[in-house]
Design a protein around this ligand. Structure first.
Ligand SMILES: [Zn+2]
Length: 103
């Protein structure tokens, strides 16, 4: 259960960062590590692949310092989902963190 919740937060991070710039696996593992998520490539890459299959990200291979690296870019559908998530995240924050729920 905790893993499911963490994975959802991780997906939001991925969408957010991909909206700002193209992202790649190792970069995301480092970034998420700073937020306290210990993420293995075995978890991240299938997650990225799933997000790609869902049409949230597109992927492109680029050669950086003689190494092939997969870069992920957010799609229009990904941006729309991120906007939707932001509204729900704000509402969740108001209720869970600030205790301003209606019920
Ligand atoms: Zn982040």
């Amino acid at each position: 259960m905790l893993r499911d919740v963490h994975l959802a937060f991780i997906k939001v991070h991925i969408l957010y960062h991909a909206a700002k710039e193209d992202v790649f696996g190792i970069g995301l593992i480092e970034e998420l590590g700073r937020h306290g998520y210990k993420l293995s490539p075995g978890t991240l890459y299938p997650t990225l692949a799933k997000m790609q299959q869902s049409g949230l990200l597109t992927c492109e291979c680029r050669t950086v310092q003689h190494k092939q690296r997969k870069y992920y870019k957010i799609t229009r559908a990904g941006l729309e989902l991120l906007d939707d998530v932001k509204v729900k995240l704000k509402e969740l924050y108001e209720e869970v963190i600030k205790g301003k729920g209606n019920c």
